[in-house]
Ligand binder design. Structure first.
Ligand code: 13P
Ligand code: SF4
Length: 330
């Protein structure tokens, strides 16, 4: 039974006995419990290092759909854990801190989104994966930043569509595809903070650097990019492109994998516009620490739960995304 204090906090952060080899203990527990640790690229480096699998939102959902582990530990944010639970209802899905939310998911409460959807009947509803399960349950097809363009284009051009919740990604896809989707007015608090001015200052200092931008950034920032893409797409570009320097306008956790994959190259995090700090971090992703991960595996808590009625509805647009992605070879 988990102590009431931790239940109220939504995580267990018990001190680990001195001298414990925390990495070895985590690996041992994973083996004993047949648990798979999955981590998003935005988590801290130590968490990425211990993970069995690191990926962007699409790859994490694809992995969850095929794993034979009994327990999935989602080192990322809550909507990622929910997606795993919806795809694997019989597995135990753990998240080291239940407070690891997402400002995009929060910007689109299901009750308000439902009113918006009902006000626009006959529209196909496209939701970014960064939404709660309840919002996904109101959706026809889920997308991630890896497949949004292709999935939108898989519908006939004259299909009336709603896109939620990220206005920046929605507007970007509208521009790329020549569509006129109605876009929900949500945004990510991390990606909205990048500014043209600060990126241009960096470019002046590093004239040969290529600029990598996540499509959750504002339009004028996206316009500066040599490459726009999901975390995985930016990572691949940085590995294969001939440039030796990159200015990276997405959450700075991705630099861990970039640097590991191309140690000879230089990666410069683009700073947020409102502070003296050099990099831009997602406070939710950084709630996932090694100590919480250790305790979460030890006590098998907190679990991610999704109401069965919601899960029944939300699984359809998630499956649709996975099927279209498979057909498109994504
Ligand atoms: P990716 O789909 O690129 O992993 O993005 C997820 C996310 O939360 C971006 O902020
Ligand atoms: Fe959500 Fe933004 Fe954090 Fe991604 S970076 S998880 S969109 S708050």
């Amino acid at each position: 039974m988990v102590d009431k204090k931790w239940q109220e906090l939504g995580y267990i952060d018990e001190p680990i006995p001195e001298g414990t080899d925390i990495k070895a203990e985590i690996r041992k527990m994973c083996k004993e419990k047949n648990a798979l640790i999955m981590a998003h690229y935005y988590t801290e480096a130590s968490v990425q290092d211990i993970a069995d699998f690191i990926g962007d939102s699409l790859a994490l959902a694809q992995k969850a759909a095929t794993t034979d582990a009994d327990i999935i530990v989602m080192c990322g944010v809550h909507f990622m854990g929910e997606t795993n639970k919806i795809l694997c209802p019989d597995k135990k899905v753990l998240i080291p801190d239940l407070n690891a939310s997402c400002s995009l998911a929060e910007s689109c409460p299901a009750d308000a989104f439902e009113k918006f959807v009902k006000a626009h009947p006959n529209h196909t509803v496209v939701s970014y994966v960064n939404t709660t399960a309840a919002t996904k349950a109101l959706t026809d097809v889920v997308v991630t930043s890896s497949n949004a363009r292709q999935i939108v284009e898989s519908f006939p051009k004259d299909t009336p569509m709603i896109f939620g919740p990220d206005r920046n990604l929605g507007n970007y896809i509208n521009k790329l595809t020549g569509r006129d989707m109605l876009v929900w007015d949500g945004a990510c608090h991390v990606h909205e903070k990048f500014s043209v001015e600060r990126i241009l200052e960096l470019k002046a200092q590093h004239p040969n650097a290529k600029i990598l931008v996540h499509p959750e950034c504002k339009g004028p920032v996206v316009k500066l990019a040599d490459k726009v893409g999901s975390t995985k797409a930016l990572l691949n570009y940085s590995i294969h492109d001939e440039a030796q320097e990159f200015i990276v306008a997405t959450e700075s956790g991705i630099l861990t994998e970039m640097q590991k994959s191309a140690p000879q190259k230089t990666f410069i995090p683009a700073p947020p516009d409102d502070s003296t700090c050099a990099c831009n971090e997602c406070s939710y992703m950084k709630l996932i620490t090694m100590r919480k991960l250790y305790n979460c595996l030890k006590y098998e808590w907190p679990t991610v739960e999704v109401e069965p009625e919601i899960a029944k509805k939300a699984i359809k647009p998630i499956h649709r995304m996975l099927e279209i992605s498979k057909q498109l070879g994504l």
